[in-house]
Design a protein around this ligand. Sequence first.
Ligand code: AMP
Length: 426
Amino acid sequence: MSTLKAVRGTRDLLPPETALWNRIEATARSVFARYNFGEIRTPIFEDTGLFARGVGEETDIVSKEMYTWEDRARAQSEKTQSLTLRPENTAGVVRAYIEHKLGETGQLQKLYYIGPQFRRERPQKGRYRQFSQIGAEVIGPPSAGSESPLRDAEVLEMLATLLDELGITGWTLHINSVGSAADRARYNEALRAVLVSVAPRMCIDCQRRAVTNPLRVLDCKVAEDQPIIDTLPRIADSLDEDSKTHFAAVIAALDAAGVPYSRNSRLVRGLDYYTRTTFEFTHGGLGAQNALLGGGRYDGLSEAIGGPKAPGIGFAMGEDRLVLTLQALEAATPEKVDAFIAPLGESMNPAALALARELRRAGLTVELGEGSFRLKKSFEAADKTARRIVILGEDELQSGILTVKDFATGTQTKVPRGELAAVLTK
Ligand code: AMP
């Protein structure tokens, strides 16, 4: 029988890498809490219609990447329903906002989520079919100030703080405005008009996009197409006065807060629901899949899926890519535990467990060895996992004086049991 493996594009996360995942999530939760965001957990699958309407039929995600199936009725009262594993979480959050009438509170809703998303993409480093996103949304009725450019700037400033706290240095924030729905429509037409003559010289995908969704041409990564794309009209020229003023206010607030950014007129993003501010943070260490996170404003999304007017802004970070970036930055020096306790002989095992318990309860991270191992083997195991080894033999137990060797300095010291926790904490 052939052995079963994790499905293509999915993977198991194992220790010690999972410690990094936990650290990232803990840092994100701590930062979100300081900005007064609360956690939302939406279902992993939703009605397919939510994504068709909320993300856009013409997007790559909806047109070719969704895991969709017909869910059979179990009873006469049930209908067969088309369901989809969520490819992103904003549509689900906005659905929940509408379903729970959160707009009726009159307050801005500041919600964050952490969880798996699913897209049938071509897997490669940093791109998986099941991946995890950490995201947040600020959404509410216009009377709550949800359209204010200050909200955009605050979200971007929060992201800069989060990346800094994670220890991710060297990121670039790319920012653009795609204007209102009317601005985008005008721009799409301007593009379409030019593309009629130049698209035949472009890649096959662009030839299709030129007809179905001209804006998407700007996302093209094919090298030969880039000089042509550089000659296309710029969206900034299609923005109306309100959109221009809004964007200028976002930029002014970023300047005031000292958040560095780079304006990128080609940044239109892959989802149809974006209006006005769009942004992406990239990192040079990631290679081809260099986007750490993306987001933007989606003033019309709630109405597109049948809700009240509820402008919002949000982002999704690729957690897998945060992990990759940190692993590269930290050069994968494995984190070592505080101490390894080596019992001398099997008869010392119970006493070693008691000592480990004492130290662990004092807050130390301790690996417990095995008395039947020869001392040399204990030293080798300890050197791999811990910063120090504590030897516990009959003499040490009787005298209450333990031998501690520090691997980094090579020094060996005698430490009274009562002082051991304090010494190992240093
Ligand atoms: P999007 O929802 O497409 O705006 O993506 C937001 C972020 O999620 C991207 O910047 C990536 O960091 C991450 N991401 C998107 N798709 C994948 C994927 N297939 N595998 C890993 N990360 C992804």
